[in-house]
Each structure stands twice: as C-alpha cells, then as structure tokens.
Ligand binder design. Structure first.
Ligand code: ATP
Length: 314
C-alpha cells in the first residue's frame, strides 16, 4: 500500500442561521465532495484562491473540523470518528503547520515549552531527555541552542516558521498538513523554508499536504496537485500535467497569475492574462449560478483526471 491517506467524497457544509429563531436557512458548501490520495513520502498540493475550501479540507484531515459527509482513511481506519483518532494515536502521526506563526506559537511560552508540548502529550520523557530532544529538533531546523529560552516575538518570520516545523516534527509524524506555510514570508526566505522542508521530507520519509493559493510556490514541492474551486476539485494531475498541459480555465488563470521574471515578454504575458481572464469570466457565467454551486461538472472538467460528480478520479 503506497498511500498514507485516502479521502473519499469529503463534504464540509457550514449552516447559515438567520431570523428570530436562528433557524438554519442555508449552508456554505465549503468542501463539496472531494476525493484524493496522498502517497507515502510524497507531497500533494492543494491549490485554489481564497475561500475555495483548502484550509477547511486541511483542518478536517487533522481533526479540527467536523465532517458533514465522506471518509478519511488512515491505515484503513476512518479517522473522521474522534474515538478512532484517539485509539490509533492519529494526532501524533499527523501534524499541521499554519501560515501565521505569530498566532500559532503561544507568545507567552518559551521555545522549549512550545516545541516540547506535543512530546509531553505523547511521550513520557524526563526533563533532561526532553531538553535534549528539543535541542536536536532545533538543530534539525537550523536554529541555535540559545533559542530554547526565547519567546516567539524574538524571532523573524522565517525563523518562527522553522520553529513551527520543529514542533510539527517533534513526535516523528508521518504526514504534515502545511497550510500556506510560506505565504507570509519574503520571497528569499520562502525559498529557504521550502528547501529545508524538502530536506526534512527526504531524511524522514515524510508526506506533506501542501496548501497554497499560489501555483508558483508549490511548483518545486509537489508531486501531484489538485486545483480547488468553490469546494470542488476542477483539475487533478501530476506536477507535469498541471504546469505543462493545464486543461481547466481556472488552472490556466492560476498559472497566469504567477509573476514573470523575464521582462522581455511582459506585453505578451499581459495580453495572455487578459485573454485568460475573459475566458474565465465567460466560463463562470455559463456554468455557475449566483450561489456559485450549480454547475455541470461534465462540462467544466475537460481534464487529465477529473473529479466526477460523486467522487473519484477518472
Ligand atoms: N466556521 C465557518 N463557518 C462558516 N463558513 C466558514 C467557516 N470556515 C470557513 N467558512 C467558509 O468556507 C469557505 C472555504 O473556506 P476556507 O478557509 O477553507 O478557504 P481557503 O481556500 O482555505 O481560503 P483562505 O486561503 O482564504 O483561508 C469560505 O467561503 C469560508 O467563508
């Protein structure tokens, strides 16, 4: 079995309440039937614009979001059931890294306590053993030993993101859900953090679910990519499929948003971007209603492997 996680027809719908009795009058279809599989030691990219349902999917995988329907299989067990998650120590094996390291690292705690927290939850280490392990973890993410007694605000954004990774790998997880892990960082620091996430992956055989709104960022990280739009996958493919032969207009639009470094073809790029934008708007008008939900998947997914209406890749 080469997959570490299999997601089947995942749906997460949030109720919208209104009126005097606060009744449920509608739902936000944040995730509306997605299927995918993350292979061991590989990186699966989840890409889409803001509000497409990426974070909700990621949070459901780590158990932070209640699932409306569907299943998430880890070692053949459906972990949407909290008691199964507890039974198999799922929260030790699957960790999450967040975009905003300033709010995901407790500002009142020192690095030693922040990184040791997951260890305290899952392993009974003595004070000395714990300190030794935290030092090792700091070393893995290229941080000096004297970081142990400092607070999160004493570090740069890139360093804080490294601390977040150190905490995430503390329990030797098998899968890390990385939700926009470098979006808040400068371009040069982004490359550093991505490189070392890749190095850790190779050393420890980790799998990643890498969430981003930017196809430029995931290019060198992901083996397979799903393009998410309004809670559904509109295109699924290998990295080569997505970058060399995008089929869905939404994928083309995300690709055209990647800044071009080569200034010689600037006018040509601008013209292409406008054409893609025009095609995208026409597509939206033809296939989605004003709630953004009613559409004909057969027509909107002329692609390599597409999400079928009831899930599964063709
Ligand atoms: N707790 C909630 N209650 C109601 N609606 C929610 C809740 N959380 C998310 N949503 C809605 O679900 C949809 C998907 O949100 P989600 O955060 O997953 O998108 P995203 O693709 O990760 O975007 P971003 O990158 O901006 O976080 C959005 O329309 C959002 O407003």
């Amino acid at each position: 079995m080469s997959e570490i996680l299999t997601i089947k027809n995942l749906k997460i719908h949030y109720p919208i309440r209104s009126g005097f009795f606060n009744r449920v009058t509608d739902h936000v279809y944040a995730v509306d039937g997605v299927d995918f599989m993350i292979e061991k030691g590989k990186t699966y990219g989840l890409v889409g614009e803001s509000g497409s349902g990426k974070s909700t999917t990621g949070k459901a995988i780590v158990g932070l979001e209640k699932v409306t329907d569907g299943a998430i299989y880890y070692e053949d067990q459906d972990i949407t059931n909290p008691s199964i998650r507890r039974k198999i120590n799922y929260n030790r094996d699957v960790q999450m890294i967040f975009q905003d390291s300033m709010s995901s690292l407790n500002p009142k705690k020192r690095v030693l306590d922040i990184i040791a927290e997951p260890l305290r939850n899952f392993e009974k280490l003595s004070v000395q053993e714990e300190k030794k392990r935290v030092k090792e973890l700091l070393d893995i993410v290229g941080m000096p030993e004297d970081a142990l007694y400092k607070y999160p605000h004493e570090f740069s954004g890139g360093q804080r993101q490294r601390l977040g990774v150190a905490r995430a790998v503390a329990t030797n997880p098998k899968l890390i859900v990385a939700d926009e892990p470098v979006s808040a960082l400068d371009l040069s620091v982004q490359a550093q953090v991505l490189n070392f996430m890749k190095r850790i992956q190779e050393e420890y055989g980790l799998s990643y679910l890498f969430i981003s709104h930017d196809l430029g960022v995931v290019k060198h990280m992901c083996d397979n990519i799903a393009i998410m739009h309004k809670g559904r996958f509109v295109e699924i493919g290998s990295r080569e499929d997505i970058y060399n032969d995008p089929r869905h207009i939404y994928t083309k639009r995300l690709l055209s948003a990647i800044p071009k470094i080569d200034v010689r073809h600037r006018d040509e790029h601008k013209k292409q971007r406008l054409e893609v934008e025009r095609e995208y708007r026409a597509h939206q008008k033809d296939y989605y209603d004003e709630t953004g939900r009613v559409y004909d998947l057969q027509k909107i997914t002329p692609t390599h492997q597409v999400a079928e209406k009831d899930g599964g890749a063709k």
